[in-house]
Design a binder for this molecule. Structure first.
Ligand code: BTN
Length: 249
């Protein structure tokens, strides 16, 4: 059982001192609950990469209801949930006064070139998704720098008055609630304005699919959430999101 439980805005949170992965714990909860832990020993990222979850960071998984019939339309599709979480994180950080933040498609939150937060969405059932979010807050990031792909950033280095980990969870929960509600009603187009700013300036990337490697300038996403690259000679190329194995800057 969780050590501590209670309301967190319109969510209910369950906090464990230690967990293997909050995404696993969240699977057992109903929608609109949060599984959070102080130390996460088996945290995972996309492609089964390890996510190091030492004390002082926010390691939390939010459960959201999915309305299966809606998903026949491409507008509201669970594959867009990483973008929903990304927009919630960006809005939260902007509220805290942090500039220079951006998303790296589809689900990394960077400050400059450093990674502040990661998102891992999983779907345990037809009717629920788990949005796992890791945010470096006070945790020791210097110690993990050599073990992770991107140089890590943490909130307490960016904010003189950094909120507590609980404070960050509450702020994120409220933004996620708002962004998810807008998305459930209007699909990804409801996030169009926020997403237009989310990528910051266009930058060169390499996209890997099973069949090819495409180099170009990432300019944003189309209405379905697929990455759009500008290629030499002014051509644009949209790569179906489900074919992308990796996008490297
Ligand atoms: C990534 O960068 O690839 C995503 C990292 C996601 C990490 C969070 S921490 C809370 C939740 N539990 C997990 O096991 N992973 C996510």
């Amino acid at each position: 059982p969780a050590e501590e439980e209670g309301p967190c805005g319109d969510w209910t949170y369950h906090e464990w001192a230690e967990a293997f992965s909050t995404n696993d714990l969240a699977r057992t909860l109903p929608p609109r609950h949060i599984a959070v832990c102080r130390v996460q020993t088996g945290g995972r990222g996309r492609f089964n990469r390890q996510w190091i979850g030492e004390k002082g960071g926010l390691w939390a998984s939010f459960t959201v209801p999915l309305d299966t019939p809606h998903e026949a339309s491409s507008e509201i599709c669970w594959g867009h949930l990483p973008l929903v979480a990304g927009v919630a994180l960006l809005d939260m950080l902007r509220d805290m006064g942090i500039r220079n933040t951006r998303l790296r498609w589809p689900n990394d939150l960077l400050v400059g070139r450093s990674k502040l937060a990661g998102i891992l969405v999983e779907r345990p059932s037809d009717h629920m998704a788990v949005i796992g979010i890791g945010v470096n807050v006070f945790n020791d990031v210097a110690g993990i720098a050599g073990m992770v792909q991107d140089p890590p950033a943490r909130l307490s280095d960016l904010l003189p008055d950094c909120p507590s980990v609980h404070g960050v969870m509450a702020a994120l929960a409220s933004h996620l609630d708002r962004v998810f509600t807008a998305f459930s009603r209007g699909g990804i187009s409801a996030l169009r304005d926020s997403l237009a700013l989310a990528w910051a300036e266009p930058r060169p990337v390499t996209v890997f699919t099973d069949d090819e490697t495409v180099q170009g300038i990432f300019t944003g996403i189309d209405d379905q959430g697929n990455p759009v690259l500008s290629l030499p000679a002014g051509r644009a190329r949209t790569i179906p999101a489900h074919l992308v194995n990796r996008l490297k800057e």
